[in-house]
Design a protein around this ligand. Structure first.
Ligand SMILES: *[C@@H]1O[C@H](CO)[C@@H](O)[C@H](O)[C@H]1NC(C)=O
Ligand SMILES: *[C@@H]1O[C@H](CO)[C@@H](O)[C@H](O)[C@H]1NC(C)=O
Length: 482
């Protein structure tokens, strides 16, 4: 409005001002078009939707945000004929919502967290406090069918045929309890309101999370028929079991090292095991062979721009540490013996302990400094650089022999190679190889440890008698003068 008035007054002004105002108007219209597009994104555009939820309040919020984005983008890449909806709680940061909408093309539906009435239950895991937000999928009544997803699904192919399934369809990974990492539903306000009512009245829920609730809400799914999408594309009515190929448990893969579900599709992999074994962590591969597939997926879609600053800072720091230790060679034992202490043996033990702790720290600290969601190849490289840099500090500060201190480093590299080796026929052979390697490494580790301790001993003894190596031994009575 204000701009148009200005434009009117500008028409009598100079040419430069006119151009400037035209430019301003142009900016305004493109911004308006842009906003229109965003608004239209908030409206449903397809009959069906893939949906996932996002909430805040766990230490892993950022990881799940990244995982969600990668999943959305891989769905887009597979050319799904459906909206992609993120059911986000109100406290999800606005810049995340914008990235999801503007960069990834998702439709974000903001919801209030559902109160979890099972929090006082004995086996309740705090991690699952807000998973009941999943029930909001039934409130997405703009759609005929919704495929509700957890963020730890890895899609191998398009699964749009799932929209032909009925009112509720899920996969039994466990023989008796269906899994809620992927399920099909028909949104319905009546079902949604009934579910909210059941939450209020405290329906039985074995784990206090979404899975326990849904298993209790749909108790007869095991007796339902298996889903086969009708060839004419029509939608089914009723509840169905979905073939295992829609939720292939990654742990089965580790047994065979390939997918071998001959009946049904091999479409979606899920990672329901230990929470620190999710595929988006940098250490996921080669420990878990599938981690690499997930990271390749991310590399081709979202990329790693967010983590790169941290990687650069850490690399520069580690390279600096290596350079400085090579040039300066500070020696802690020397510093400690400047003054002839009486309690020599106690100091010796102390220094030995500190040296061992330093070496341990050199292998542990870099592990926690690497950004958790980094690409697995970059992650391991940064970790190995970091542990090498910090170990070389220990080598130089305590005048230790290089090889024994670096032995764990070499063994870790070896472990990675043994794990990553592509020629195993199955997971058991692979596990046995890793075990055999560890078995052979143990004596090497022990020998290195003994060597470090004995060389510490020698260097400490030497320092005790000649406090300043390279200088003439101090005259008698020198220490007393201090
Ligand atoms: C369910 O969705 C409608 C829009 O379809 C919305 O107005 C309503 O607030 C939602 N219900 C809850 C409990 O969020
Ligand atoms: C599609 O096929 C199913 C059987 O698979 C049949 O029951 C249904 O009537 C068919 N629908 C149409 C529109 O042809």
């Amino acid at each position: 409005m204000g701009l148009r008035e200005k434009q009117k007054s500008g028409s009598s002004g100079s040419g430069v001002l006119k151009v400037l105002l035209m430019f301003l108007a142009l900016v305004e219209t493109t911004a308006a078009e842009y906003n229109n597009e965003i608004v239209s994104l908030r409206q449903p555009r397809h009959k069906n939707a893939y949906a996932t939820m996002m909430y805040m309040g766990t230490p892993r919020d950022y990881e799940f945000y990244v995982a969600t984005r990668v999943m959305i983008r891989s769905l887009v890449k597979l050319g799904v004929d459906a909206d992609i909806v993120v059911i986000a709680s109100l406290d999800v940061p606005l810049r995340w919502v914008r990235a999801l909408e503007e960069e990834d093309g998702a439709r974000v539906v903001r919801v209030e967290n559902l109160k979890n009435p099972y929090m006082d239950q004995r086996n309740f895991n705090k991690r699952f406090k807000l998973t009941l937000n999943k029930l909001y999928a039934w409130n997405l009544s703009d759609y005929d069918r919704v495929v509700m997803l957890d963020a730890d699904n890895l899609f191998l192919q398009n699964t749009d045929e799932l929209f032909q399934c009925g009112q509720f369809c899920a996969v039994f990974i466990n023989p008796c309890i269906f899994h809620t990492g992927l399920f099909v539903l028909e949104p319905s306000k009546a079902v949604f309101n009934n579910m909210l009512h059941e939450l209020e009245t405290g329906r039985k829920n074995s784990d206090g999370a979404d899975q326990g609730f849904l298993v209790s809400y749909f108790p007869n799914l095991l007796d339902e028929p298996m889903f086969h999408p009708p060839a004419n594309g029509s939608k089914l009515d009723g509840s169905y079991r979905l073939p295992l190929g829609y939720q292939m448990d990654a742990s089965y893969y580790y047994l065979k090292l390939r997918w071998s579900v001959p009946c049904g599709p091999n479409s979606v992999i899920t990672f329901p095991s230990a929470p620190w074994m999710k595929p988006w962590y940098w250490w996921a591969w080669p420990v878990l062979p599938l981690g690499f597939t997930w990271h390749e997926n991310r590399r081709q879609t979202l990329g790693y721009g967010d983590e790169m600053t941290m990687v650069l800072i850490q690399s520069v720091f580690y390279l600096g540490v290596i350079t400085v230790t090579q040039l300066a060679r500070p020696s802690i034992p020397k510093l400690c013996y400047r003054r002839g202490d009486k309690n020599v043996s106690m100091i010796q033990t102390g220094i030995k302990l500190i040296a061992i702790w330093c070496i341990l720290a050199a292998y542990i600290i870099p592990f926690f400094l690497v950004p958790r969601t980094l690409h697995t190849v970059l992650g391991w490289s940064l970790y190995l650089l970091g542990s090498f840099a910090l170990s070389s500090v220990a080598v130089n500060s305590f005048l230790l022999p290089m090889l024994p201190v670096m032995a764990p480093w070499l063994l870790i590299v070896g472990t990675l190679l043994v794990m990553a080796c592509p020629w195993y026929t199955n997971g058991v052979v692979r596990a046995l190889s890793v075990f055999g390697y560890a078995f052979c490494s143990a004596p090497v580790l022990w020998a290195s440890f003994s060597k470090i301790v004995s060389s510490l001993h020698v260097s400490l003894e030497r320092e005790t008698f000649f406090p300043r190596l390279g200088e003439s031994p101090p005259p008698p009575g020198f220490n007393k003068l201090y």
